[in-house]
Design a protein around this ligand. Structure first.
Ligand SMILES: Cc1cc2nc3c(=O)[nH]c(=O)nc-3n(C[C@H](O)[C@H](O)[C@H](O)COP(=O)(O)OP(=O)(O)OC[C@H]3O[C@@H](n4cnc5c(N)ncnc54)[C@H](O)[C@@H]3O)c2cc1C
Length: 817
């Protein structure tokens, strides 16, 4: 089908890998006008994981934009055959999901609401309706299910060949039998590749090498944290009662999926203890190759499979496919511009939904390459979400196997994972553990989520209702509002931005004015060219040419890369990562000053140490950078302490705080406190798709000053016309309703958006949610505040109220005075 030719010596872009992702990326680059593109495949197109995929195409994910990508795949597959003349085997057969217990049904109700929020159709069905769709099932344990009519199935090889044909028709050269053996880099940029058929100079290298993407990335010093896992499915001969009209089925309580194929059944699943593959590297020449079928291992899926489809017991078995596929430690794929090397892009690690993602992921990657930045917020799949621990393949494997085993288990709210822990711990870890901390993990760090009361076990008990930490977190919340709380936030990412041009560079990159006197602290966003929020952080000026930047735990790689990539040409700046050097203790609450005064001689009065400033203070012999700032809406300081002093400072504070009722507090209390105060969270309430004006953060932007900054033009343009969406705050008083985010917002009966974050506010005793209200003709105050609002929660509509201002503000004179 595809022709083989010699590669050229020079091209604009080299795509490595002829699976569905490489072909889709090349196809979409060509559609964007990049015809000078070469796709290199070491063997034949589809010969990696693509040829043996089962071909199910589902769309709904927990993130709106990733769902949009998958939706686009379906739109593309709808037209690809007509467009290219190449058969694709695409059928929009729908997908039925089965529920065998009440919790699963609650999850589907929530999913149906999420689907509606994201513009997808999903119906709940009862047992009879499920049986009507697959009459040969034994549905005696089924309590219900849901049906997504626009999901479908495709022939993975044919879809890939169609994409390749479309790409070739637009000028892309596809070279098979061409192995990339080295990546050429110069001055931190990818400038070419060496292959078994010669050298190719290029402007952009794109790594779509599937389970080989880790090795290909390593050729350029780029970490691609994925590992291979064996994945099996069964193909039967024709079976009575099975025909092409039947939808694909997911049966998560039995860890199974199945579908019709040529009158028989294809059935696979996700076993709890999967088998890794190629732990010491993928053998050479592994193409169009399957692994030996492992019937013993498959038994754990076969037995529940026969219970569900009793006719399977008698069916003729054509084949048990065992194919390796690349999986990642968080179950999401890996997309985007590598932080380590410029002009090097990755699209890999598709966790057995590469056929479903192929169209959308290829398009997003092509648009990212073409535009120089992601076309939309792709944070859940962004390659910059990984940290130093992801460079260790054994750690990655351990976590990945856990995630594979949880593919179909109940997706509990607030679920934590267990493998590879503890890994990164603050100096206070042991002390906090002894104090009853229940830790969660983020970016490898152990962080106290909450503290168990009265000797109770510090362990999350999952449910879709209020979980067991609800009361203890309430106690922590109240301590912070009424007295004081001490948070261990040592996992904050911290950078020192220095160099003769540090002020000029940050001035360009930050939307707020950071070029202020030494000792001033500025809350700011960093914007992309569209005015969208790429970073949300604080910048403390600690010297004429030194800025101490503090950002969220998970954003260390992303934010550092954003700063470095956006330093204007010719300016000299260094970014030093100080995350491990400093522990951070946040002392917050009305008694914070009184407590801190017990342990330091430094002047903490409002006149000497106002809000938004930072100074060096001394606590019991420790040099401490104290930053007066808050994310919880109370008087307080972030204390940045050299790691080796942290425990001593903590003990002093605890001792001094005893008389004031100081309490340990964790991240779940922070969430509830910040929801009441209206502080935005990057990754949910704000991100690259939202501008500060839409997010109500216009006050933190220097538009009124005559200072150029990245994103200014877009923002100025936006300020001159009505906003199409605006972040609003909603409350819903019924304590029996649990808001988790993604609930649909209705205004006067019309769907206008969904909640970006939500939770319980203990001081106000109400559910609080934030979400964008959208309207094509603009969202002005009258539109925003005059409507009647409802939230759809797990398919039920519940009235709610919209608010003009932050809900909680009583002590602002103490915070800001
Ligand atoms: C058993 C099984 C069932 C599956 N079922 C489904 C399903 O139902 N639905 C779904 O959506 N997904 C499914 N998948 C997943 C799907 O197959 C993959 O996600 C998808 O095929 C990945 O495509 P890719 O392009 O990333 O990788 P690949 O198809 O592996 O392509 C990568 C290519 O890169 C080439 N390459 C590697 N190194 C080099 C180099 N140095 N130089 C040149 N070329 C190189 C390889 O030869 C290979 O052809 C399944 C997977 C398995 C194993």
């Amino acid at each position: 089908m595809s022709e083989t030719q010699s590669p050229p010596a020079q091209t604009r872009a080299v795509v490595i890998g002829g699976g569905i992702i490489g072909c889709s990326t090349a196809y979409h680059l060509a559609r964007l006008g990049w015809s000078d593109v070469v796709l290199l495949e070491r063997a034949k197109l589809t010969s990696g994981s693509t040829f043996h995929a089962a071909g199910l195409v589902g769309q709904l994910r927990s993130n709106a934009n990733i769902t949009q990508l998958l939706k686009y795949s379906v739109e593309l597959y709808d037209r690809l055959e007509a467009e290219t003349g190449q058969a694709t085997g695409w059928r929009k057969s729908g997908c039925l999901r089965l529920a065998c217990n009440r919790d699963r049904m609650i999850d589907y109700r929530r999913q149906a609401t999420t689907a509606r929020s994201f513009g997808l159709e999903m119906h709940l069905v009862d047992r009879k309706e499920a049986l009507d769709l697959w009459p040969i099932m034994d549905a005696s344990d089924v309590v219900g299910g849901c049906f997504m009519p626009t999901d479908g199935q495709a022939n993975p090889s044919d879809i890939t060949q169609a994409l390749a044909k479309g790409a070739r028709d637009s000028g892309v050269r596809i070279v098979e039998g061409c192995d990339v053996t080295a990546i050429r880099c110069k001055d931190g940029r990818a400038v070419g590749v060496a292959t078994t058929l010669g050298e190719i100079a290029c402007e952009v290298v794109i790594n779509c090498a599937g389970q080989w993407a880790r090795e290909v990335g390593a050729l350029a010093g780029v970490d691609v944290p994925l590992v291979s896992v064996q994945h099996q499915y069964l193909i039967t001969e024709k079976m009575d009662g099975v025909d092409r009209s039947m939808p694909t089925v997911r049966d998560p309580d039995r860890l199974l999926y199945f579908k019709e194929e040529v009158g028989g059944v294809v059935m696979g699943g996700y076993e709890r203890k999967p088998n890794p593959w190629a732990e010491d590297g993928i053998p050479e020449g592994f193409n169009f190759t399957l692994l030996n079928p492992n019937w013993d291992h498959f038994e754990q899926l076969m037995l529940p499979g026969i219970e569900r489809l009793p006719a399977l017991a008698e069916a003729g078995i054509k084949e048990l496919i065992n194919g390796p596929e690349s999986f990642t430690p968080d179950g999401n794929f890996i997309l985007g511009a590598a932080p380590e090397v410029e002009n090097f892009y990755v699209g890999a690690g598709f966790n057995s939904f590469g056929i479903a993602s192929g169209g959308g992921a290829g398009r997003a990657l092509a648009e990212w390459i073409d535009g120089g930045e992601p076309p939309m917020d792709l944070w859940p799949v962004d390659i910059r979400r990984f940290g130093p621990h992801h460079a260790d393949v054994d750690w990655v494997r351990r976590r990945t196997l856990e995630m594979y085993g949880k593919h179909y288990t109940m997706p509990w709210p607030f679920e934590e994972h267990e493998s590879g822990r503890p890994l990164r711990v603050s100096p206070l870890y042991g002390r906090l553990k002894a104090a009853g901390a229940c830790f969660g993990e983020k970016f490898g760090w152990e962080r106290p989520n909450w503290f168990a009361l009265d000797g109770a076990e510090p362990r999350d008990l999952y449910s879709f209702g209020r979980q067991n930490w609800f009361e203890p977190v309430g106690e922590e919340h109240r301590a912070v509002r009424e007295r004081a709380g001490l948070f261990d936030q040592s996992s904050f990412a911290k950078f020192l931005v220095t160099g003769p041009d540090a002020a000029a560079a940050l001035s360009w990159i930050c939307a707020n004015d950071i070029d202020r006197p030494v000792g001033r602290v500025t809350y700011t966003q960093m914007l992309n060219r569209r005015g969208g929020i790429e970073c949300d952080l604080t910048v403390a000026r600690v010297g004429e040419a030194a800025f101490y930047v503090v950002t969220g735990t998970g954003f260390a790689t992303h934010d550092r890369s954003w700063i470095l990539r956006n330093v204007p040409d010719g300016l000299s700046v260094e970014v030093v990562d100080l995350t491990s050097a400093y522990a951070t203790l946040s002392l917050m609450g009305p008694e914070a000053r009184d407590i801190l005064e017990q342990v330091t001689r430094d002047d903490l009065s409002n006149a000497a140490f106002p809000f938004g400033t930072c100074r060096q203070i001394r606590i019991g012999g420790a040099p401490v950078r104290a930053i007066r700032i808050t994310y919880v809406g109370e008087l307080g300081w972030e204390l940045h302490v050299p790691a080796e002093f942290a425990l001593a400072v903590y003990e002093r504070l605890v001792e001094a705080g005893r008389a004031y009722g100081l309490a340990n507090a964790g991240y779940r209390a922070i969430e509830s406190l910040r929801l009441e105060k209206g502080y935005r969270a990057w990754g949910s309430d704000i991100g690259p798709d939202y501008t500060p004006l839409e997010a109500g953060l216009g006050w933190a932007v220097k538009l009124g000053k005559n200072i150029p900054f990245l994103g200014r033009e877009a923002l100025a343009e936006q300020a001159a016309r009505p906003l199409g969406k605006r972040l609003a705050c909603f409350t819903l008083d019924d304590p029996d309703v649990v808001l988790l985010g993604r609930e649909t917002i209705y205004r006067d009966g019309q769907r206008v958006g969904w909640l970006t974050s939500a939770g319980w506010g203990y001081t106000l005793a109400t559910n609080i949610g934030y979400g964008y209200v959208r309207n094509g003709e603009g969202v002005d105050d009258a539109y925003l505040y005059d409507g009647d609002y409802e939230l759809e929660v797990a398919t039920q509509r519940v009235p709610c109220r919209v608010h003009r201002a932050a809900l909680y503000d009583p002590k602002m004179e103490r915070v800001k005075a």
